[in-house]
Every structure is written in C-alpha cells, then in structure tokens.
Design a protein around this ligand. Structure first.
Ligand SMILES: [Zn+2]
Length: 179
C-alpha cells in the first residue's frame, strides 16, 4: 500500500491517483481540463485561419490579423497604437490598419514560433472496434443516453451511425470521462 499523492492539475487538491497517468482528482476536473483543451484548440485553429489569409506582401494588417499573427492582446495593441509606438492608419470605425513591418519588429518571436507549428493529425478512429456505442458509454460511465448525446454535441466529438447504433471513438470518450 504505497500510495503516493499527486496534486490535481485543475483544482490543485491532493489526491491518490488511480493510475500512474492520472493527473486530475475527479471526473469533474478531468472534464474541465478536456473542455479547456478543446476550446484552446478551436481558438488556435481560428487564429491560424486568419493568418493563412494574410498574404506575405501585405504592408498593412487589421487588428484581428495582428492579434492572430503576434499573439498580442487587443488592449496592448490599441495602447501601442495610441502611444504611436506602432504606426497605424484609421480608415474608420473598426478599420484600423497597422504597419506590419513595425509590429514585426516589436513581436518577432511569436511569428516564427507559429510558422513552425504543423496541423495536428486526428488521433481518433471511427472504426467500430475503436468505438463505443452510446449504450456502452452510458453503461460504462453511469450516465444516461441523453447526457451522452448532449456531451457529444457540446464537445464536438465525432460519431458514426451504423444501422441502429451510433458509435463514438473510445479515445475521445475516455478522455472526456475517464480522467
Ligand atoms: Zn481536481
């Protein structure tokens, strides 16, 4: 009985891990961490989509584009513009255009680190042997079918219907409920 306590990465409480990989004290904290990770990924994808649309020869960029490119906070950006530390032109309400070269000089690190990032491959498989049915999920984790469906929609978990059964990847479901 040599149980070592760990500190939950979400709430900071000490807990006894069920497995060596456990980093969260409860389903609740595991779910919270999972949601946060998903939201962060969505945000990064959105930023990357903005970046992808900016051509290399553009001299002036918009505020959302600057935020996506340099990871700078909106309030910081407006402060720098107000202080005239970054040259910008105002073409009207919500149409501020920022001198790209000037901001690149100020925030060089973020841009290079972003360019190195590669899109992450999907880690789940929708083959039936790699999936749970909704019924299996509700039985395994002790939740109702309707709650399972609600979570699947809420966290954009991929599903596949074969005949009367809806399948969801074990990896995604385990991430959501098991930690
Ligand atoms: Zn916790």
């Amino acid at each position: 009985m040599n149980k070592i306590q760990k500190q939950c990465e979400v709430c900071g409480q000490a807990f006894i891990p069920k497995t060596v990989d456990s980093v969260y004290c409860s389903k609740k904290c595991g779910g919270a961490a999972y949601r946060k990770k998903k939201a962060q990924k969505k945000k990064e994808e959105k930023q990357q989509a903005i970046i992808d649309k900016i051509s290399v020869d553009r001299l002036y960029i918009s505020v959302p584009e600057a935020i996506a490119l340099f990871g700078v906070a909106k309030s910081t950006l407006y402060r720098l513009i107000r202080q005239k530390r970054i040259p910008a032109i105002n073409l009207g309400t919500r149409l501020v255009r920022i001198d790209r070269a000037a901001i690149e000089e100020m925030f060089p690190i973020r841009q290079t680190s972003l360019k190195k990032e590669k899109p992450t491959a999907k880690l789940y498989s929708l083959e039936p042997q790699d999936c749970y049915t909704i019924g299996e999920i509700s039985k395994k984790f002790g939740i109702s079918d309707s709650t399972v469906y609600k979570h699947i929609r809420k966290y954009s978990i991929p599903t596949r219907q074969i005949g009367n059964y809806v399948y969801a990847p074990k990896t995604e479901i385990d991430n959501l409920y098991n930690q």
